[in-house]
Design a protein around this ligand. Sequence first.
Ligand code: UDX
Length: 448
Amino acid sequence: MPSKPATVAFVGLGYVGLCTASVLTAKGIRVIGIDIDRERIDKLSKGTAPFHEPGLTPMLKTAVKKQRILFSTDINAVVEAETSFITVGTPSNPDGSINLSFVKEATKGLGSALTDSDHYHLVVVKSTVTPGTTSGTVQPILTSSSGKAIGEKLGLCSNPEFLAEGSAIKGTLQPDKIVIGASDKLSGEKLERLYKHVYSPRKIPTIVTNPTTAETIKYSSNAFLATRVSTINTLANICQRLPDADIETVSRAIGLDPRIGPLYLKAGPGYGGSCFHKDLQALISFSKTLDYDPILLSAVEDTNQFQAREIVKLTGRLLGSVENRRIAVLGLSFKKDTDDVRESASLKVIDELVKNNATVATYDPMAIENARKVLPEQVEFLADAKSCLKGAECCIIMTEWDEFYRLKPADFTGTMRTPNVVDARRVLSPAKTQGINYLAIGLGSARP
Ligand code: UDX
């Protein structure tokens, strides 16, 4: 087994930083977690996670209890570590381009903290950054603020993550690959050694390349996945306009072709979450600085933007006008098993319904608190699915929560004023739609 690595620091304890840090502690590594948010640090020190992620809380609590993780707001704490991961956020500027201010700030702080250190320190950029950032932006800031060159005492790598919300802990414990963009040979070797220790005795496929290629891999992955979703949604919209076509069967069939594969072929109300939209916009904007307009990616984004309207259109087909009609929306988060509502299609649909003067009642097992902060005041939040359905003239299923799969026809027919259902996630099987006026994404209907 490779020798035990010393302490690892994480600068930025958002989703990626905290999940990765917690998994490293579970592998016996000592971690220092740094964040500028004092309130967050105080909560984390007590073992309280700032967001819901399956498996995170027990891991964090154990790490705190066993003192395998220490938290600080002071970036100078990185001197205790041999490796520092930069895991700060990379939000969008108003024009969609990437905002690197947190990355720059963290790099500067890191470099200054390392000035007097005699030990080798490896800096790893895990934040999603546009191609060329590690070499063109991080490296010059790091070397000037530390007064050191990349080589003997200082290392630098890009090391993108591919975590999906709801399965981040599992994804970190069992990654399908590790991508290392090394600024020099020693940096790459040090990071490879750290991961070998973490995953020993398993061997995870590892791609070692230069930083710019590593950064491009991350954007390519999200661009590809988002393209698949917009492609299947486009085909679903065609199926929906045919009397008897069904996208679910189409997906199953084309997914059997090994050239296509079965994943990311689920038609729905459009992709949400903190990454796809943000990263595609950043890549489009970045490509334009290279004098290239990636029209395919713009079409993927436009298709996604329009997809929520397809759901509103289906609702209109069942109700005519939605004005003054009571509509139950089941699901607020952008997908199941998360309380995250960022870019959620559900919020887009609700906004559109409210604009058209519908009365909107909602329920979500986890995301109500977050949705309440951003939805219009008149939206109602109910304690469970059945209370939400009560008296409604139409139900729209927006998120594929497991508990919605368990709903029975009587839950709709027995509680709703009129049992109209729009299924944006294909949650209800045909057997469960008896007695219901049912329209679904990608399901052809004889009705005009
Ligand atoms: C995504 C990537 O999967 C991850 O690798 C990257 O690091 C961050 O972005 P995440 O945003 O957590 O992760 O969600 P993901 O599970 O990929 O789903 C994104 C959106 O696409 C969701 O709204 C989901 O409902 C939708 N989706 C996904 C579909 O509509 N159909 C599919 O077949 C798959």
